[in-house]
Design a binder for this molecule. Sequence first.
Ligand SMILES: Cc1cc2nc3c(=O)[nH]c(=O)nc-3n(C[C@H](O)[C@H](O)[C@H](O)COP(=O)(O)OP(=O)(O)OC[C@H]3O[C@@H](n4cnc5c(N)ncnc54)[C@H](O)[C@@H]3O)c2cc1C
Length: 389
Amino acid sequence: MSMNVLNLPTPSFMQDEDIVLFNDSVAKWIDDHAPPEKFAQWIAASSVPRGLWNAAGDAGLLGVSMPEEDGGFGGDYRHEVVIMQQLGWKGADHFGISLHNAIVMPYIWHYGTEEQKARWLPRLQSGELVGAIAMTEPGVGSDLQGVKTTAIKKGDHYVLNGSKTFITNGQLANFIIVVAKTDPSEGSKGMSLICLETDGAEGFERGRNLHKIGMEANDTSELFFNDVKVPLENAIGGSEGQGFVQLMQQLPQERLNIAIQGCAAAERGLEATLAYVKERKAFGKRVIDFQNTQFKLAEIKTKLTVARVFVNHCIEQHLQGKLDAATASMAKYWVTDIQGETIDEMLQLFGGYGYMTEYPIAQLYKDARVQRIYGGTNEIMKLLIARTL
Ligand SMILES: Cc1cc2nc3c(=O)[nH]c(=O)nc-3n(C[C@H](O)[C@H](O)[C@H](O)COP(=O)(O)OP(=O)(O)OC[C@H]3O[C@@H](n4cnc5c(N)ncnc54)[C@H](O)[C@@H]3O)c2cc1C
């Protein structure tokens, strides 16, 4: 259940037989469908192929934590943890499945009407629909209450106007939760979550697939809404003005996801670094034989162990419904800072090879940077924590 690079026991909540079996099947699925050589092609193409989503749906990986009463397989957040960890450990975490599964779909099963659940969940589960959530705008990121996109009621539909940017899965998504003001005269109280099925939606346009310094195989895009008609039945839960509250309730899980991904990526880095320093020679010795290397790696292993123990604590809290926003923010900010710091130090131990993109540590270095930015910047995490002081 782990990379064994930290010598930590598997937490008891991850030891159930079905979780262990699921872990093995996810590992095999990634080996078969998203091996490193394919990922290299997808990085060059700046996107995974659309078919990967359908294959994930066929394998039962989409919506894996959806409750049984909504048609799910009886999975829970532990199954999402398995997917996120395996993708991270295998270097396949550009595939935006955790956003689809553990961010987008829960909005529907938590807040959707029965009609909305029936209309969307099976199609999100099969891969017919690929999910995205569009909060950020060119002029508004951290200060979410200031979104300018509007969804104004007109007869039996809303008219959606505005633009979004940096949207994960933005090129492939055909189901987008749009954060919009249904009452532009209000701040947070005027915000609603409006679902847009993009196939055939007039006035909807995708901008560029944005060029990023890392996470290249994830399609990240601008989206434009120009008088797009959306049926009134597409406001999540059939309600207006609840968007901000719903976002605030769900963002702790998004932040925990990022922390879990951060741990998995840094653990992968440590495994790769250990293998490298045991092979590479300088001054007639292996690089690991220098005391500096041993001390650096001892520090890194300690930091990653502390991070993992805290993240496991947060997962356990979350499984019991007790993870609060401030603790999730601590995990997001602290783990992603540690991820960036340790991967930078690991890269140093590779010397010049660490700077070459064909070495996984270079990719991990590039990918780590955004972790401190998205899902709420680490500064915003500190604001949330500071409120509890
Ligand atoms: C690869 C990638 C994927 C993304 N995916 C998505 C997605 O799927 N959906 C989505 O909606 N968004 C997504 N985002 C957007 C992301 O969530 C935002 O970039 C982030 O929230 C920051 O907003 P901003 O870029 O507008 O920065 P700004 O809000 O302009 O912040 C600029 C700087 O000011 C600091 N700052 C702002 N306010 C304060 C404050 N009150 N106190 C102290 N410092 C402050 C910030 O921390 C930051 O350092 C993604 C971004 C990236 C890069």
